[in-house]
Design a protein. Structure first.
Length: 137
């Protein structure tokens, strides 16, 4: 109660120590990720700008079209036809490295898409497959 001369400076030092990371990083932003683009495909189902902003909406539409409407083919921006499938079109044919493409941006913006609750990455199945199953592929 009589140590006000020690408590106030102690609280100030504590507050400075607690807020130090914010002061050091003020005005700095983490660098935006540069996802590894597919080597096999030159164009995505839609334009790059559309896919950056709206890919989750497109995947939701694909899910609804495939499950509710029975639609299995999507005609993309460039006029090319694609099978409506996250696993077999997007992941298996184009973005084969989920960690180097999907996860970089999703981690950067701190989102956890629920796609992977049901879908699996084709490469991951190799880890789960028994030797007999792996030899069948």
């Amino acid at each position: 109660m009589y140590d006000g001369g020690k408590i106030i400076p102690g609280l100030v030092i504590f507050a400075l120590f607690l807020t130090f990371p914010f002061w050091v990083n003020m005005g700095k932003a983490a660098p935006a990720p540069k996802p590894k683009l597919p080597k096999t495909e030159k164009r995505c189902v839609e334009s790059k700008e559309f896919m950056r902003a709206e890919h989750m909406k497109l995947l939701n539409h694909w899910r609804d079209w495939a499950l509710r409407d029975g639609k299995r083919v999507y005609v993309g921006y460039w006029g090319r036809k694609f099978n409506i499938s996250l696993q077999n079109t997007c992941i298996k044919q184009c973005h084969t490295e989920k960690k180097e493409f999907c996860d970089q941006c999703h981690n950067y913006v701190a989102v956890k898409p629920y796609c992977w609750d049901c879908h699996y990455v084709p490469e991951e199945t190799k880890k789960w497959a028994s030797p007999e199953e792996a030899s069948l592929k």
